[in-house]
Every structure is written in C-alpha cells, then in structure tokens.
Ligand binder design. Structure first.
Ligand code: UTP
Length: 291
C-alpha cells in the first residue's frame, strides 16, 4: 500500500530549551536558515509524502503560519524586487502537498501524540518524523526515502536505528533484532546493564495502521508518558517490523549540545556562508590557543 501520510508530533513542551521554547515551539528553532520542522517536512516530501499531519499544542501557531501563505510578506518582497527571497518563501511546500493540524490537549507522551493523529490517518500505513532528530544526508537520499524503499521491498513497517554508546542506552528506545533485522524486542530507556543491544531508535518510523490499536490499550510507561516504544513492543509480537540503519548523520536537536553541533556542521558546509564561517572559527581557535 502506497504511503502518502506523515505525522509530525510537535506538541512536546521542549523544556530542555527553556526559555527559548516558552512561547515558541522547539520545532521552529533554526539550524542555519531553516526551522527544524522544515528539514523534516522536506525529507518527507522527498520520500513521496503529500499529506502532512501536525500534532500540535498551544503556542504552536508559528508552525501553521510557517507553512501557510503570507500575502503581506510576498507582496512586500515583490514590490522591493527581492525575487530570490520571494521564491524561497513561496516554495516552502509544493502545490500538491496538504497540511492538516490536530491538537494534543495534554502532553501525555509521544505515543499519545501519535494516537491523536488516528482520525486523520485512518487504518493505513503512515510515517512518523520527529523534527528534533535532524538527519542530514547531504550527498544522498534522505533517511525517510531510504526507509520507504525498505518498506516497499520488505512489505512491513520500518524503524530507523543507530548504534549508540552503551552508556547512553538510557536515553533511547533500544531494539533487539534477529539475523534478518526484524525486531524481536524493543525497550524504552533501558539502563546499560539491561539493554538488549546498542541499536537505538531515532525519530523516523513507518508504521502500520494497527499501531493505533495498541496505543489505545497501553498504560503509561517510562516517565509517566504513553510511549510509542511500548506500543511497538506489543505490535512486534504479532507483526514483522524491521530495524533499518540509515545512511546519514543524525543530530539530536532536542538537546542543546546536539542543536549547536548541527548548526556548526551545517554552517561549515553551507555554500554561501561556509568559507567565511570557518575562517572565523579558525581565527577564534587561534586566539584561544594564544591565550
Ligand atoms: P521529547 O521527548 O524530546 O519531549 O519529545 P519534549 O517535550 O519535546 O522536550 P523536552 O524533553 O521537554 O525538552 C520527542 C518528540 O515528541 C513530541 C515532541 O514535540 C518531539 O517532537 N511530543 C512529545 C509530543 O508531540 N507530545 C508529547 O506529549 C511528548
């Protein structure tokens, strides 16, 4: 079945970025010149998605506005002859891509946020992208497109994974896989001593519609939240799902350090800014070394 819908849970509180996220969503934080959510949306569109479903909360209007038309701005840029910028703001979404927004009334966890999208997704397979996991694959296919190819080839759900240090397993969902990469078990935030592997789930999923049945039933899990991982753990008891090691660099932009590293590395590679930015970094390092 062709996948056309992607869910973007953007209803988290973003407490690690306070005060920046007090009145503005974490997903609108900017890496070089684009908000995190735009990177994720572009990755989804590249993978063939044309229905974008945002699970939002209060203070998320900026996301709706970002993907909406801004007549005043476009008129202003046109009058001033700033045609490059006009193209940039006009073409954020291709004409055949639609957006829908649904509220998560309370931040009860990622699993609950995904469940909120059920009325818009229905009973079909769909993608989930967490914008705070920025995955850059500058010279190749985006992570979701790679996963989509796996989905059509393997004919089952696909979950993106990445190898992490053993000491860090407590920050992730960790999977145990069989020889054919199918998932045997998945555990949310296990301590290093009890982690079944060091393969950590990152924020890209292709899931069957049946996931909603499990999300409706599972109790609160780690951190008192409805965890997507717990529903997947139940799902894999009756359905094949594969773990996929994608090609690309993942930046944890839900964390200040990861966010700063993403800005640094993408700025260093930027066609317009890169050289000047690195010249500044080099002179800064020189000054530091000279004391
Ligand atoms: P995080 O675990 O990073 O939580 O959510 P958070 O609230 O956004 O941030 P911190 O930890 O307080 O700093 C991972 C993803 O799940 C979404 C978030 O928006 C983010 O994309 N999420 C999380 C929801 O949509 N709803 C929730 O109830 C929780």
């Amino acid at each position: 079945m062709k996948i056309t819908k992607a869910v973007f849970p953007v209803a988290g509180l973003g407490t690690r970025f306070l005060p920046a996220t007090k009145a503005s969503p974490k997903e609108m934080l900017t890496v070089v010149d684009k908000p995190l959510i735009q990177y994720a949306v572009e990755e989804a569109i590249e993978a063939g998605i044309n229905e974008l479903i945002f699970v939002t909360s209060t203070h998320k209007r900026a996301i709706e506005d970002h993907f909406d038309k801004n007549f005043e701005l476009e008129y202003n840029l046109e009058q001033k002859g700033k045609l490059d910028l006009l193209e940039t703001v006009r073409n954020i979404l291709p004409a055949d891509v639609n957006c829908a927004y649904i509220r998560q009334k309370e931040a009860l966890g990622l699993g609950h946020a995904v469940l909120c999208a059920k009325p818009l997704v229905g009973n079909e397979p769909f993608a989930v992208l967490l914008a705070d996991d920025l995955i850059d694959n500058a010279n190749g296919k985006g992570a979701l497109l790679q996963m989509m190819e796996q989905y059509y080839y393997q004919k089952c759900g696909v979950i993106a994974v990445q190898e992490v240090f053993k000491k860090d397993t407590g920050s992730y969902g960790i999977v145990k896989t069989r020889a054919d990469n199918s998932i045997q078990a998945i555990v949310e935030k296990p301590k290093p001593e009890s982690a079944p592997s060091t393969n950590a789930v990152v924020g890209r999923y292709i899931l069957p519609g049946e996931i909603f049945d499990y999300l409706e039933k599972i109790p609160k899990g780690a951190g008192g939240e409805i965890q997507l991982t717990d529903a997947i753990a139940k799902l894999v008891e009756s359905q094949r799902l594969v773990a996929y090691h994608f090609d690309g660099t993942r930046y944890d932009c839900g964390d200040k350090l990861g966010f700063l590293i993403a800005n640094f590395e993408l700025a260093a590679r930027d066609k317009v800014l890169g050289k000047k930015f690195m010249a500044h970094v080099e002179s800064m390092l020189k000054n530091i070394k000279q004391g």
